[in-house]
Write a protein that binds this ligand. Structure first.
Ligand code: NOJ
Length: 543
């Protein structure tokens, strides 16, 4: 990378507005609530907020179904509140990154309301329509990510429209230049407001060719992104990150090689699939193997080293809580959460924290489907129940992988509803809020929060973290150790990724100054050093 960008040097914090902070007691988080917590985020040290969608929406998929891209959802507040959030964040040197959801809209978006009026409507081609198959059924067998067919019949016109997500989320037709330019205009509207960039929802799908059953990585995808870049954020140094399921390093470079003028970086999900049975869905579980994680992280670190940029994340609003997933959220919750933080934040790339991760929030457990809010889990349950699956197994999968895990309200303090809302929260607060909350974390110098705060500060102070090379070291299977090298300096990062002790044997590396750790250890030698469960440390290497 020739130019150094601000977004390569900051840590980003994702806010899921519905669950962050409710300011008016209606049980739903809102913009004023977020603004009221900016000082907390400033204290943590982050440089940008990725704001999940706040636009007008009927909430079939909690805001990822947008009815008006230039309006704010009533429950979240007004455009004035939004402008105020951007301005207040700016005062604290925090930029607001908007969620750009342009693979699809809500069926309540005025474009779709028009499009449905008939084949001659000027908006018809904003969406993807197809005639029925010869037998009158769906045009082909494309499936929705939210279960079942991706085609919905429209009796008025005797055609089907495509929805790769819920049937209330019709897909936009990116082959239509009018659609593309509407999107660019809308992006410029937000850029003019002074936002810090865009996180681009399922952007790998916009090049789809439905009649050929191509969804991801379609033939014109990169042409569209280059056109978007040129018409919107080019030369403005905004953070742009594409959500790209299934990306390999080769694909990621197509998006993020700066010479190609597309995006700054992508979210890749290779590690996210490590507890899934290959070729099956996220619900089909298999045990997680640390060796696979090492291999995958090392591959991405090395392959994107010179002509691309990594984003680093464990969590988001679609994924379970990392400390419950790959840490130990019982007896080693604090140690394992800190280990996971240190491991990730010492890598090369831009780290993302999902709200609550910085205090070690955990998954919540439901007993039956009536407690499940998320459309993806509910649809899967219904579909698999009809196919004869055991409901107990389905609830187990939902408890392990369901999206509600990340969406329970932020736990601020010990007061009612964890201080999230004085009303009834739209989704129940995790019952452990009395043990795990921000207020307690802030008064405990040893809390997970302060590990995150320190990691963020270290990144600001040490170019080796931002720019250094990565080298994986050979160790026991459950130990993830690597070095970073920069301008003659080397740091060693050691992580015991397990409940067991492990002996580390790196006799040739001489440990120097301790940078950060999750126990109170003095590391004098790396020759047969016994690592405690989940132990993690970073030391400078001498010589
Ligand atoms: C990815 C988002 O992260 C997820 O929450 C949403 O359901 C789908 N895209 C559809 O917008």
């Amino acid at each position: 990378m020739e130019n150094k960008h601000w977004w390569q040097q900051v840590v980003v914090y994702q806010v899921y507005p519905r669950s962050f902070k409710d300011s008016n007691g209606d049980g739903i988080g809102d913009l004023k609530g977020i603004t009221s917590k900016l000082d907390y985020l400033k204290k943590l040290g982050i440089g940008a907020i990725w704001l999940s969608p706040v636009y007008k929406s009927p909430n079939d998929d909690n805001g990822y179904d947008i009815a008006d891209y230039r309006g704010i959802m009533d429950e979240f507040g007004t455009m004035e509140d939004m402008d105020n959030l951007i301005a207040e964040a700016k005062k604290r040197n925090i930029r607001i990154v908007m969620d750009l959801v342009v693979n699809h809209t809500s069926d309540e978006n005025k474009w779709f309301v028009e499009a449905k009026k008939g084949k001659d409507n000027p908006y018809r081609d904003y969406y993807v329509w197809a005639d029925p198959a010869a037998d009158g059924g769906a045009p082909n067998d494309l499936q929705s990510t939210f279960s079942g067919t991706a085609w919905q019949y429209d009796p008025a016109s005797n055609q089907y429209y495509l929805h790769l997500f819920s049937k209330k989320m019709p897909d936009l037709n990116w082959q239509n230049p009018k659609v593309r330019h509407e999107v660019y205009d809308m992006m410029n509207y937000w850029i003019d407001k002074g936002i810090g960039g865009f996180r681009m929802d399922v952007i790998d799908l916009i090049g789809k060719v439905p009649n050929k059953k191509i969804t991801g990585n379609g033939p014109r995808l990169h042409e569209y992104l280059q056109e978007m870049n040129k018409n919107t954020f080019h030369g403005k140094d905004l953070l742009t990150v594409g959500e790209t399921w299934g990306a390999t390093p080769e694909i990621a470079k197509l998006y993020s090689d700066p010479r190609r003028n597309e995006l700054g970086m992508v979210f890749q999900f290779e590690h996210v699939g490590l507890d899934e049975q290959p070729g099956k869905s996220k619900w089909d579980l298999k045990p997680f193997d640390v060796e696979d994680l090492k291999r995958i992280f090392a591959k991405w670190q090395n392959e994107l080293d010179n002509d691309g940029w990594n984003s680093l994340f464990w969590n988001n609003h679609d994924l379970p809580r990392i400390v419950s997933r790959w840490g130990n959220d019982k007896e080693y919750r604090v140690q394992s959460a800190k280990m996971l933080a240190i491991l990730l934040h010492m890598l090369k790339g831009t780290p993302y924290i999902f709200q609550g991760e910085e205090i070690g929030m955990t998954n919540r457990t439901v007993k039956d489907i009536s407690e499940v809010s998320d459309i993806e889990s509910r649809n899967m349950y219904k579909e698999r129940l009809a196919e004869g699956y055991d409901p107990k197994d389905l609830i187990h999968s939902i408890n392990v992988k369901g999206r509600d895990n990340a969406r329970t309200p932020m736990q601020w303090d010990e007061s009612v509803n964890g201080g999230f809302s004085s009303g009834t929260p739209w989704i129940p607060v995790n019952p452990n809020y009395k043990q795990i909350n921000v207020q307690d974390a802030l008064v405990d110098n040893n809390s997970i929060f302060y590990t995150y705060q320190k990691l963020i500060q270290l990144r600001k102070d040490n170019p080796i973290i931002v720019w250094g090379d990565f080298e994986l070291l050979k160790t026991d299977k459950e130990v993830f150790a690597y070095e970073r090298h920069y301008q003659g300096e080397s740091w060693l990062i050691v992580n015991n990724f397990s409940n067991n002790e492990h002996v580390l044997h790196l006799p040739d590396i001489k440990p120097g100054e301790m940078i950060i750790q999750n126990y109170d250890a003095e590391i004098k030698s790396l020759d047969n050093l016994t690592l405690k469960p989940w132990q993690s440390f970073v030391v400078k290497v001498v010589g």
